[in-house]
Design a protein around this ligand. Structure first.
Ligand SMILES: Nc1nc2c(ncn2[C@@H]2O[C@H](COP(=O)(O)OP(=O)(O)O)[C@@H](O)[C@H]2O)c(=O)[nH]1
Ligand SMILES: Nc1ncnc2c1ncn2[C@@H]1O[C@H](COP(=O)(O)OP(=O)(O)O)[C@@H](O)[C@H]1O
Length: 245
């Protein structure tokens, strides 16, 4: 190392590089290239991040829509896949934004044409994920967010295996979940009973997911930040998950 440093036009090695001005630092840079017989590349050293598929699931009323809405506001390059449903539109919902609201016949035609990556009967209504929408946005380099019920997540795990990231969103307690669903005022009491009973069974399937995020009462932002941390960590993985749809 000593002989190397004396070759450089800086005199004895005891002078600290930090004391050199820009011109001398540039000379040192060139000298290092000459000594190594190569030029230093300015190409990125880390592999480019790949678009990923994030599956967010959890019991009805836990806050999937709320978390995803905030995620879209906070983060660029994310595409929330608008799924198709035969369910009637709720007040405030927008066709093409919350869902593609279609008739049962139209939905069955989508199935016949193999247009759906996954579909299910959810609380008596059809719901399904349009394949082409995923392909189009991944081709643009977007990360894909799929919001599905627990059975949909299980189907997607069979189709996508480890190539997608599965997040289970849960309330801090069963009591909090039920109160949140009641407060949302989108279900009749009969429908509430179905959804709460379903939620009890769904929570047991948490073990099939990669991550669990608690969306506690009044702490939506913390849940969103945790989902963002998961995305960042997944994008920094050396061994990327390769998606093929
Ligand atoms: N399997 C599946 N579930 C979906 C799809 N789109 C939405 N869902 C889920 O269907 C469930 C019922 O949705 P919704 O009727 O909007 O009721 P909410 O969950 O109480 O808001 C939710 O868990 C959604 O995440 C889909 O394409 N496939
Ligand atoms: N962390 C939270 N604290 C309090 N209320 C929440 C929180 N997250 C969501 N909510 C509310 O709970 C209700 C259910 O949320 P929503 O996103 O519709 O659930 P999901 O899509 O899972 O059915 C909505 O009224 C929503 O505004």
């Amino acid at each position: 190392m000593l002989s190397f440093l004396t070759v450089l036009p800086l005199g004895p090695p005891k002078r600290l590089v930090s004391c050199c001005g820009p011109a001398l630092q540039d000379q040192l840079f060139r000298g290092l290239e000459a000594a190594l017989g190569t030029t230093f590349s300015s190409e990125p050293l880390a592999p480019p991040p790949q678009p990923m598929i994030l599956v967010i699931s959890g019991p009805s009323g836990v806050g999937k829509d709320a978390v995803i809405k905030r995620l879209q506001e906070e983060r660029e390059g994310i595409h929330f896949v608008v799924t198709a449903t035969s369910r009637a539109m709720r007040p405030g919902e927008v066709d093409g934004k919350d869902y593609y609201f279609v008739s049962k016949e139209e939905f069955l035609t989508m199935i016949e044409r193999d247009e759906l990556l996954e579909y299910a009967l959810v609380y008596g209504e059809y719901k399904g994920i349009p394949k082409q929408q995923i392909r189009d946005y991944m081709a643009k380099g977007c990360d894909i967010v799929l919001r599905v019920d627990i059975q949909g997540a299980a189907t997607l795990r069979q189709i996508l295996g480890e190539s997608a990231v599965f997040i289970f969103l849960v309330a801090e307690s069963e009591e909090a979940l039920v109160k949140r669903l009641i407060h949302r005022k989108t279900e009749t009491s009969d429908m509430l009973l179905v959804r709460v009973a379903t939620a009890r069974e769904e929570v047991k399937r948490m073990k099939n997911f990669d991550y669990v995020v608690v969306n506690a009462e009044g702490k939506l932002e913390e849940a969103v930040k945790q989902v963002e941390s998961i995305i960042d960590a997944e994008k920094a993985k050396i061994h990327k998950r390769h998606v093929n749809i």
